[in-house]
Each structure stands twice: as structure tokens, then as C-alpha cells.
Design a protein around this ligand. Structure first.
Ligand code: 5GP
Ligand code: ZN
Length: 119
């Protein structure tokens, strides 16, 4: 799996404020900002401040950071008014569509989700 060092990682630069983003929430451990190319009316990315290439690697490295990403994602869903109708999606590996190798959760809402369909 492709991995990037923090010095060439897009989301590390967004976390550091070196690349601008539309930040909607943050915590001590995580940052949430709008996706530059939204796939739904609400499309927010929640990333740990710590660089790990995948959510699985984040889970192995720090359960506290993993929990915080999902805690902040839930807070974003509340803030956006979609606590009762959203999806949290994690792509892992290029074969599943992961393009940025810094762990992140997509919070998506506002589209007509098909009941019973996972994708
Ligand atoms: P992945 O495909 O890795 O699960 O998700 C990466 C996401 O990052 C994509 O949905 C893409 O639109 C988003 N993205 C890529 N570059 C930027 C950027 O510079 N700023 C923001 N806010 N989102 C980005
Ligand atoms: Zn990174």
C-alpha cells in the first residue's frame, strides 16, 4: 500500500494550516473540514492530527485517536443537522478508492441513500 511521509502528506498540511480548508470542527486530536469535491450536500472529512496511512493503522497505533475521530465525526453530524441520517465511510487501499493516505472518515448526508444498499 502506498504511504506518504508527513512532509508530503496533503492532510498533514491541512491539519497544520499550510493548505487552506473549510474547517467545521476540531478537537485536541482531530480536525474536520469540508471535502473539496463533495459527493453529497454534506461531505466532511474527519482526520486525526496524527499521521497514519489508514484507519486500521490508526487503530493499531492509538485507540484514543481512533475514538476521537469518530467522536468528532458524530459531533459534525449533529452540527450539520444530520445526526439521524448520515453515513460515515472509510476507504482503505487504492483498490477501494483511497486517494489520500492519511487516515480519514467521510461524513456524508443530504443525498437520497438507498435503504439496504451499502454502496
Ligand atoms: P479518499 O478517496 O482517500 O477516501 O478521500 C480523499 C478525499 O479528499 C476525496 O473525497 C477528495 O475530494 C478530498 N480532497 C482531495 N484533495 C483535497 C483538498 O485539497 N482539500 C479538501 N478539503 N479535500 C480534498
Ligand atoms: Zn498525514
Amino acid at each position: 500500500m502506498t504511504s506518504q511521509t508527513p512532509s508530503d502528506c496533503l492532510f498533514c498540511k491541512i491539519v497544520a494550516g499550510e493548505i487552506p480548508s473549510d474547517r467545521v470542527a476540531e478537537s485536541e486530536r482531530s480536525v474536520a473540514f469540508r471535502d473539496i469535491s463533495p459527493a453529497a450536500p454534506v461531505h466532511v472529512l474527519v482526520v486525526p492530527r496524527r499521521h497514519e496511512p489508514t484507519v486500521g493503522a490508526l487503530a493499531a497505533a492509538s485507540g484514543d485517536d481512533l475514538a476521537d475521530v469518530f467522536r468528532l465525526a458524530a459531533r459534525v453530524a449533529e452540527q450539520e443537522g444530520v445526526a439521524d441520517a448520515h453515513r460515515m465511510i472509510v476507504n482503505t487501499g487504492a483498490g477501494a478508492g483511497q486517494t489520500v493516505f492519511h487516515a480519514h472518515v467521510h461524513v456524508l448526508a443530504g443525498a437520497a441513500f438507498t435503504e439496504g444498499s451499502m454502496v
